[in-house]
Design a protein around this ligand. Structure first.
Ligand SMILES: Cc1cc2nc3c(=O)[nH]c(=O)nc-3n(C[C@H](O)[C@H](O)[C@H](O)COP(=O)(O)OP(=O)(O)OC[C@H]3O[C@@H](n4cnc5c(N)ncnc54)[C@H](O)[C@@H]3O)c2cc1C
Length: 452
């Protein structure tokens, strides 16, 4: 019989925590969890899920418009924001229940409340102290807003999911994927949408062709892009709207300012001062290949370790952790060739290296690039262009990067991601017979490199 109440105590029931708890319990560990806010964490409550529902909602305006070219006259009905928010909240409540059910059926004991580390083998929740052999910190991340005059007036994505009213005008500040997604959501829902980014072009870590194509497409959709743009202050007007003054001298009147300028690991007030857990300067917990911190029985994974902040990454890290610790199958996390999507409109799908990274790492590469109007837009009246790019290591013929901007790019590149992970060569792409007529078939019909 163990001297501890539990073998594992998991702090935070988000994407990583719930999977680690469930699998560790399934492999025989006695597991307890604590959750401070919402079961399912960021992804389910204020991240991927409500975001994608909003993206779907915002796409209908364009779909109704496009439908007219196919004979559907006067197709656009009115949009009702409270209906969207209400239906979204109902769905998320259902998912919260699903997560509770997953923990219950795995035999995990769950505590509602904030967990704090008391010492290496004790955690407190609501004044109850629980002993545990190991602790897993899966507390995720939290949006950051820089301090500046008027910063108290701005919201983050957390609040954007619960707005009482849809604003008439919006300004999103930031250049990452959350910023471009929300600028698109607002524009699609009929809001006058502005995006301000301090650098010359947003989506810094993406392939240059993708970044340029997305900037062009968003501009076509009436999103006002302000690059090399820095907010100096935000003032609240008497009517509740805001005046934004930029360091460059220009001003903007808007009804909402949303900052999407990054997320920091959630390590405040979790009791780290009581143990020997090392962190990086931004608070990210430092772990080894087993997700073990500098305190031998304390582990951490997901956004709180700040490697790649994506739900499937947190889930995979949790699988690796549970298999290694409780199934006696030592496994390490493979961070190579992780496919990902950005749900701006049109979407981005990407896997592997950007052209710039490939040029640094390989002696000779071939670039295949195709930009075209998808078949649907021959009648829709839309000027939207799709972009597809393949990067090949000429020596081995291996496909080392695939990038797409276009409808359903995330769905398409998920499949291509398997081929890239399997080490497919360009010859295998060429030998693959396409599915016609699709946009995706372009990936197997590009024959002539445009550059090397
Ligand atoms: C707007 C937005 C959109 C996103 N879209 C995508 C997407 O499309 N695709 C994608 O893959 N990823 C997306 N992400 C990222 C994704 O949500 C995160 O990478 C993922 O949720 C990380 O999982 P996690 O388990 O590390 O942390 P989280 O899911 O954040 O879970 C951490 C949990 O710990 C809880 N907690 C914190 N401190 C304590 C404590 N002391 N005691 C108890 N509980 C505590 C928190 O309340 C939270 O529920 C998005 C994120 C945001 C913000």
């Amino acid at each position: 019989m163990s001297e501890y109440d539990y073998d594992l105590f998991v702090m935070g029931v988000g994407s990583g925590g719930v999977r680690a708890a469930r699998m560790s319990a399934t492999y025989g560990a006695r597991v307890a969890t604590a959750e401070d806010k919402y079961l399912g964490g960021t992804c389910v409550n204020v991240g991927c899920v409500p975001k994608k529902l909003f993206v779907y909602a915002s796409h209908f305006a364009e779909d109704y418009h496009h439908a007219e070219g196919f004979g559907w006259q006067k197709a656009a009905p009115e949009f009702d924001w409270p209906t969207l928010i209400g239906n979204k909240n109902t769905e998320i409540k259902r998912l919260n229940g699903v997560y509770k059910g997953l923990l219950d059926s795995a035999g995990v004991t769950h505590f509602d409340g904030r967990a704090r580390i008391v010492d290496a083998h004790h955690v407190s929740v609501n004044d109850q102290v629980i002993s545990t052999e190991s602790i897993l910190i899966a507390t995720g991340g939290w949006p950051t807003v820089p301090e500046f005059p008027g910063s108290e007036h701005v919201i983050t994505s957390n609040e954007a999911f619960f707005l009482d009213e849809l604003p008439g005008r919006s300004l999103v500040v930031g250049g990452g994927y959350i910023a471009v997604e929300f600028a698109g959501i607002f524009a699609g829902l009929g809001v006058e949408s502005h995006l301000s980014y301090r650098g010359p072009l947003f989506l810094r870590n993406f392939d240059q062709s993708v970044r340029q194509a997305v900037a062009e497409e968003l501009a076509k959709k009436n999103i006002n892009l302000h690059f090399d743009s820095n907010v100096e202050r935000v003032e609240k007007n008497a009517d509740g709207s805001f005046k934004v003054t930029f360091k460059e001298g220009n001003e903007l009147e808007t009804d909402l300012v949303m900052y999407a300028t990054g997320r920091k690991p959630s390590v405040a007030d979790i009791g780290l001062e009581n143990v020997n857990v090392e962190t990086r300067s931004n608070g990210a917990i430092i772990v080894d290949d087993e997700f073990r911190t500098s305190e031998a029985n304390i582990f951490a994974l997901g956004d709180v370790i700040d490697r790649i902040q994506l739900t499937p990454v947190a889930i995979k890290e949790a699988m690796v952790f549970a298999q290694t610790q409780y199934l006696n199958q030592p496994t390490t996390m493979d961070y190579e060739d992780i496919a990902t999507a950005v749900f701006c409109q049109p979407n981005i799908g990407t896997v592997g290296l950007t052209e710039a990274e490939a040029r640094e790492q390989y002696e000779e590469i071939d670039i295949y690039l195709s930009t075209f109007k998808a078949m649907k837009h021959s009648l829709s009246g839309s000027e939207e262009k799709s972009l597809m790019k393949i990067i090949v290591d000429r020596k081995s013929d291996r496909v080392i990067g695939v990038h797409m901007v276009g409808a359903e790019a995330g769905e398409i590149v998920q499949g291509i991601g398997i081929a890239v992970k399997a080490g497919a060569t360009k010859a295998i792409f060429d030998a693959t017979v396409g599915i016609h007529p699709t946009t995706a078939e372009e990936f197997v019909t590009m024959r002539e490199p445009i550059a090397n």
